[in-house]
Design a protein around this ligand. Structure first.
Ligand code: ZN
Length: 419
C-alpha cells in the first residue's frame, strides 16, 4: 500500500470538537471548538485520510521510510485544507482606480452611476475571450492554493445574459480540470440588474432563458441571487431560486447585506445551502436559518474593504453555531487568502482563533453541502491538508502578513512544497 505520512506534528487539528448545529448547547468563547492532538501524525492513501493519532504509534504502523512521501512536521501545525465557500474569482479588467476614487471620497453608488463598479466588470467579461478568463482564474487559483485553499466556490454573474453566463461557467469548468484545487461552480445570473433593464423583466429572462441553458450545459451546482434593495426583491429572488431548484441547482443567497428585505427568511424557507453576508439580519432571522439547517456565511473581507461594519456574532454564539467564513474575493474585495479572512474574522467579527479556523474549514464545507468529511482530517475524509510553519493553529489569524503555509497536500499528494 502506497501512502503519504505527515509525522511528528507539534499540533494536528482534525476538525470540530463536536458538530456545529442547532441541537447543540450554547457555547462560550472558551469552549474547545476544534479537536487537536499534539505530537501527532496523519497518513493518507488513495486520496483519503487513513490514520491519525500519536506520532509514535502511527509511525510503527506506517514507517516513515516506507512512505511514498514523508513530511517532517516537527515544530509545525497541520490543519484541514481551507474551504473558501464564497468567491467571484472569475473576472476580467482592473478596478484599482475605483479603489483610489473611493479613497478620494467618491461613493460606490456614484461610481456605479458613471458606469463603473460591477457593470464595468460585466462589460470586461462580455468582451473577454474564454481562454483569457481561464488563464486569469488559474493564476488566482495558484495564489489561493499557495495560501492553503484546497476547495473554492466560484460564481458566474458578470455576464447577465445567457451567452456570457455560459462562457463563465465553461471557463470555471476548464480551469477546474487543469488545477488541483476543487472548484465548485455557482450560477449567479441574478448578480445585478443589467444597464437599462427592469429588475422584474430581467428576473424573468433569468428564469426563462438563462436557467434552462445553464441546466442543459450541466456545469453549475448552485444557483445564487443578490436579494437586496435596488437589486432583486424577495419575490424575484424566490422565483429565480425555485426555478433553479427545479433545474437541479441548490439555492444560495446574498441576504441582508445593506437592507433587511427578508433574504435570510427566504433562505430558510427554501432550505438553501447557505445564506451569505447577513449584516442586517435580526436575531430571529438567524434563529430561522439555524432551525432550517441553512449554513450562515460571514464575509468580513467585504466589511474591511468598504471600511464598514462587521456582523454581530452574538446570535450565533447564543445558538452554539459557528458561521462559515468566505473571502468574497471579487474586484471590489481583492482578498484571495483564507489566512487573512481568518484574521478579519477574529479582529473584525470577534471570533476566537478556533472559531475562525472552523469557519474556513468544516463550516465552509457545510456551506457547499459537502458531507464527505471535507474541512476535517477525520479518517475517511479527503486528505486535503495544510502544514503551517508555526506550532499552533492560533498563528494563522495571528500572523497577518505573508503566509505561514509551507506544504499543501491535495488528496494526499504534495501540491505546494515537498514536491
Ligand atoms: Zn458575493
Amino acid at each position: 500500500m502506497s501512502y503519504t505520512i505527515v509525522y511528528d506534528a507539534t499540533e494536528l487539528v482534525t476538525g470540530p470538537a463536536r458538530r456545529s448545529g442547532a441541537e447543540q448547547t450554547p457555547t462560550s468563547a472558551d469552549d474547545p471548538i476544534v479537536a487537536t492532538e499534539s505530537d501527532a501524525a496523519i497518513v493518507a492513501s488513495d486520496g483519503d485520510v487513513v490514520a491519525t493519532g500519536a506520532s509514535d504509534a502511527v509511525r510503527r504502523e506506517y514507517p516513515v521510510e516506507n512512505a511514498a512521501t514523508a513530511v517532517d512536521a516537527s515544530g509545525k501545525c497541520v490543519l484541514p485544507g481551507f474551504v473558501d465557500c464564497h468567491t467571484h474569482a472569475l473576472f476580467a479588467g482592473d478596478r484599482s482606480d475605483e479603489f483610489e476614487a473611493k479613497l478620494r471620497g467618491k461613493e460606490y453608488q456614484e461610481i456605479l452611476a458613471e458606469g463603473g463598479g460591477i457593470l464595468r466588470t460585466v462589460r470586461a467579461v462580455r468582451a473577454a475571450d474564454e481562454g483569457a478568463l481561464v488563464e486569469g482564474l488559474l493564476d488566482r487559483l495558484d495564489t489561493m492554493l499557495a495560501h492553503g485553499t484546497t476547495t473554492v466556490e466560484v460564481k458566474s454573474g458578470y455576464g447577465l445574459e445567457t451567452e456570457t453566463e455560459l462562457k463563465m461557467l465553461s471557463a470555471i469548468e476548464r480551469a477546474a480540470e487543469r488545477h488541483p484545487v476543487d472548484v465548485v461552480p455557482t450560477f449567479m445570473g441574478a448578480h445585478a440588474v443589467p444597464e437599462g433593464a427592469d429588475a422584474d423583466a430581467y428576473a424573468e429572462t433569468v428564469v426563462d432563458d438563462q436557467l434552462p441553458a445553464v441546466a442543459e450545459q450541466g456545469v453549475a451546482e448552485f444557483c445564487d441571487v443578490f436579494c437586496e434593495e435596488g437589486v432583486f426583491s424577495v419575490d424575484q429572488s424566490r422565483r429565480i431560486l425555485a426555478a433553479g431548484a427545479d433545474a437541479g441547482l441548490t439555492p444560495k443567497i446574498h441576504a441582508d447585506e445593506f437592507a433587511n428585505l427578508g433574504g435570510a427568511r427566504l433562505a430558510a424557507a427554501l432550505s438553501a445551502a447557505s445564506a451569505d453576508h447577513l449584516l442586517r439580519s435580526t436575531d430571529d432571522d438567524v434563529g430561522a436559518l439555524v432551525d432550517a439547517g441553512v449554513t450562515p456565511v460571514l464575509l468580513p473581507g467585504t466589511a474591511f474593504g468598504l471600511d464598514g461594519e462587521y456582523p454581530d456574532l452574538a446570535p450565533y454564539r447564543e445558538r452554539g453555531v459557528v458561521p462559515a467564513i468566505g473571502s468574497d474575493f471579487n474586484p471590489n474585495c481583492y482578498a484571495r487568502t483564507m489566512g487573512f479572512a481568518a484574521t478579519l474574522a477574529c479582529v473584525g467579527v470577534g471570533m476566537t482563533p478556533a472559531e475562525a479556523i472552523l469557519g474556513i474549514t468544516e463550516r465552509g464545507a457545510a456551506a457547499l453541502d459537502r458531507a464527505d468529511g471535507r474541512g476535517t482530517l477525520e479518517p475517511g475524509a479527503a486528505a486535503d491538508l495544510v502544514v503551517l510553519d508555526a506550532p499552533s493553529y492560533r498563528h494563522l489569524p495571528y500572523v497577518y502578513d505573508g503566509t505561514l503555509v509551507e506544504t499543501v497536500l491535495k488528496a494526499g499528494e504534495a501540491v505546494v512544497g515537498e514536491q
